[in-house]
Design a protein around this ligand. Structure first.
Ligand code: NAP
Length: 466
């Protein structure tokens, strides 16, 4: 190519995506496919590893859901996409840096915190958020051996015979299933050994799933719900009378194929007589926690009985009951956390946006800033839901790109140099592939798909520096 032709070609538009989970990768894939301008994308994550909740959220015994990784991998294999792992937005790189090095920025940081129950006793020992429990069994570095989260689990699980899981979504099902399964069943998964060792000491016999509304309002997907009834050594117990739906709930159930299928599964659970299995899962509907009891450790829970109002919201009927429980897993949803310098809706825990375009406090579009995934719409849907979401944000970005001002420093090497100057040991794609092959090799030794690394300093991180 002649010098003159090179000079005529527009430089690729530099795009930063903050987060390397499903929504980030669906977005990058759409931009690569549809952008009319050439693009050069950096996918930045505070963890040294890509794939977000696919790696640290999808349950370890659901390896089939993780096959989506093979699609995501193709994004990183493109010449114009880079992975910058181990780079913390808001700490290692501030918003001003990003604006200096990129023409457009998309926030894909997900929703990493748990929603609170806001009942007395919520912070007693043995009252744990499902998000912590999920991070722990997924070998998330923040919940690794020796962390506060690990210590909490190692104390709480062996002392519990009865567990209360609050919430009626798929995360509640995941944590229930992991606690209900025998440790031998879990040994083939990528659950780390330090977690299996604690689960091997589990004395859990009864798991109570507490849903504040009725079965027709439960957010379970049918496949996940059905699986509860297929765990060896576990009886699922529920009161058949809750399956007599009020008119509005019956209409809700009739209008949704998923709810209709769920109702069939509930009926099959209710029709089965307990077999005397060593562990039991009890499904309770129309009850919500009023108080978690105990001195310093959880000893029980007061539940209030509810009915549904005309909007199918739970309202108390004025009756309460107490159950004994030594462990409470609060699984009532995730929430996003504010990103330094980025507008944030403190009520909905999302970055305010219109079809992906970030809005400031006055509702005006912040030029060149976008959001995608859970930080854009809240924590809803399955992995595939993020695809349509990413298409919407990508459309806004592609429409805007031609008119966006050019950043001051578009050379990708400049950001690498800045990170090095700041002592940040970024992990590039080759660095991740090295971690990946070590994990797979480690897994092979024990007949598993992989054993996840939880500390990334051995071998030294500098080995992975771009
Ligand atoms: P979710 O589906 O939104 O469920 C949250 C549950 O908590 C709902 O039953 C909700 O009841 C209940 N809840 C909220 N506040 C409560 C309170 N104060 N007291 C009592 N109950 C309360 O959230 P999630 O289970 O965390 O899952 C997040 C997303 O990830 C979902 O879209 C889920 O499908 C997805 N996910 C998918 C899979 C899979 O596909 N295998 C696995 C895990 C997660 P109300 O309905 O009454 O608000």
């Amino acid at each position: 190519m002649s010098q003159a032709t090179t000079e005529l070609m527009p430089r690729p538009r530099r795009i930063a995506i903050i987060g390397a989970g499903p929504s980030a990768l669906f977005l990058a894939a759409v931009l690569l496919e549809k952008s009319t301008e050439p693009v050069s994308i950096d996918i930045i994550d505070r963890l040294p590893t890509p794939y977000g909740l696919v790696r640290y959220g999808v349950a370890p015994d659901h390896a089939n859901i993780k096959v989506v990784i093979s699609t995501f991998k193709k994004v990183f294999e493109r010449d114009n996409v880079r992975f910058l792992g181990n780079v913390h937005f808001g700490k290692d790189l501030m918003i001003e840096d990003i604006e200096h090095f990129y023409d457009a920025i998309c926030y894909a940081a997900g929703a990493s915190r748990d929603q609170r129950l806001n009942v007395p006793g919520e912070d007693l020992g043995g009252s744990i958020s499902a998000t912590d429990f999920v991070m722990w069994y997924s070998a998330h570095p923040d919940a690794a051996y020796g962390s506060q989260i690990h210590e909490t689990m190692a104390t709480a699980i062996p002392r519990a015979r009865t567990v209360a899981v609050v919430g009626a979504g798929n995360v509640a099902i995941d944590v229930t299933r992991i606690l209900a399964k025998s440790v031998d069943e879990l040994r083939t998964t990528d659950i780390p050994d330090y977690v299996l060792d604690v689960l091997a000491k589990s004395n859990v016999r009864d798991i109570h799933v507490i849903a504040r509304r009725g079965p027709a309002q439960a957010k379970f997907t049918t496949m996940e719900l059905r699986e509860l009834g297929e765990i060896p050594g576990v009886d699922v117990v529920m009161d058949p009378s809750v399956l007599e739906l009020d008119e509005a709930s019956a209409a809700t159930a009739a209008a949704s194929a998923n709810i209709k299928r769920n109702m069939d599964v509930f009926r099959s659970f209710a029709a089965k007589s307990p077999t005397g299995a060593p562990r039991r899962i009890h499904l309770h509907f129309l009850v919500s926690p009023l108080e978690i009891l105990g001195d310093d450790q959880v000893a029980g829970m007061v539940l209030q009985h509810n009915k549904l109002d005309e909007k199918q919201s739970a309202v108390p009927v004025g009756e309460t009951e107490s159950i004994e429980t030594e462990l409470v897993l609060r699984s009532v949803g995730y929430r996003g956390v504010p990103l330094a310098g980025v507008p944030f809706d403190e009520r909905r825990f999302v970055v305010p946006n219109e079809k992906g375009r970030v809005l400031d406090a006055s509702g005006k579009v912040v030029s060149g800033h976008y959001a995608v995934g859970w930080i854009k719409r809240g924590p809803s849907g399955v992995i595939g839901t993020n695809k349509a979401d990413a298409v919407e944000t990508a459309k806004a970005m592609i429409e805007d790109l031609p008119a966006l001002p050019h950043c001051a420093e578009p050379d990708p090497r400049a950001i690498d140099a800045l990170l090095r100057d700041r002592g940040v040991r970024a992990i590039d794609w080759a660095g991740w592939l090295d971690i990946d092959s070590r994990e797979i090799e480690e897994g092979r030794k024990s007949g598993r798909d992989r054993v996840k690394l939880v500390a990334f300093s051995d071998p030294p991180l500098s080995e992975y520096s771009p």
